[in-house]
Design a protein around this ligand. Sequence first.
Ligand SMILES: [Zn+2]
Length: 438
Amino acid sequence: MLLIKGGMVVDPSRRINGRYDLVISDCRVKALAPGIEPEGMEVIDAAGKIVIPGLFDMHTHLREPGQEYKETVLTGSRAAAAGGYTSITALPNTNPSLDNKDVVRYVREKAELAGLVRVWPVGAVTKGSLGRELADIGGMKEAGVVAVTDDGRGVAATDLLREALIQCRQLNIPLLQHCEDEAISGAGQLHEGSVSLRLGQSGIPAAAETRMLKRDLQIAQETGARLHIMHVSTARAVEMIRRAKAEGVNVTAEVTPHHLLLTDELVAALFAMAKMKPPLRTAADVEALREGLSDGTIDAVATDHAPHSESEKSGDFTAAPFGIVGLETAFAVLYTHLVKSRMLPLDLLVEKMSCSPAAILGLPYGTLSPGSAADLVILDLETKRVINRHQFYSKGKNTPFHDWEVYGTPVLTMVAGKVVMRDGIVSGHANEGSNNEN
Ligand SMILES: [Zn+2]
């Protein structure tokens, strides 16, 4: 038995925010109460720290199989443990695609070998995510997927989307949609606006997101299926989701840390390090996303952790792939800039990063309720640190947050009662830092 003593426990699933001790036994939370005496238990001192349910990332690209030079299930799991995540997802845009039972099993085996955090595979909607023919969604559900998505692209064919939503409803899993009308986004490199004009680059207008979203909300309403909108980036999309929820559409939504904190102005300074899809938008969009998060229109924060190699991200801007990493920076950047600056309460951030994603995927995590799995993270909110991308466990060092001064560093990550990260060191593995074989 293990006692986590003296910490401030924040667990929005039970509306708890106060000084509590936790007893951990047999991989589970056994008791949660103030002033528990150690009586022979091993003690983890959490005095001066915050204890929350483990973070849950419902949008993680692990690149295995097929692009192991960018990331593997193991290196992504290490990055997750370092960032305070106890559950992550494995999105299907791998090679081969995670569009059948065999690849689902392969990823699950890799996750078990890594033995750090829970890795939840997400299957493709269509074979190879090519948008032509539905994948075996039922078979993949049996093999363990918790949702389906063609992320990287949206499901463009309306008949396929409708059929997939009907199957998802029967299987009781959500469909995660990347809303992008490629006829509108075309070869766009960043948000269409004054910055794209100044840089002489083709832009991605807000309508690329809202045009597909509008159709998706209609089909979701008609089928009653669970539709989840990934990485919402525009004010208009927030308003459309708000209205759809008011009309009773079964829709949930996520936003990334970068869309909550950064604008397209940053692309002029960082180029490919600030290049992602959907692109960084305007200050007005950032404002609307924050409002949507706080009024419940947006349910979850997800990283869209998208590792790429250094050479891919440091060369020509237009040739560089879209995406940035997020697992090792998400909590700290959001805590520092939204909570410490008093824009959002800490409970709300924990709810959006832990409880809600688990609930959307129908999984019993994101809680410290006695009897639940002992998945938790201890955070230091007081000590300042500087983000150094060269110290990431992830193979991907592609972040716009390098050199940012932040608070809210995870100091201990526990999965099923086992400590997988302590004081920044992931168990069993030295930090490879920049010495990986990229
Ligand atoms: Zn996407």
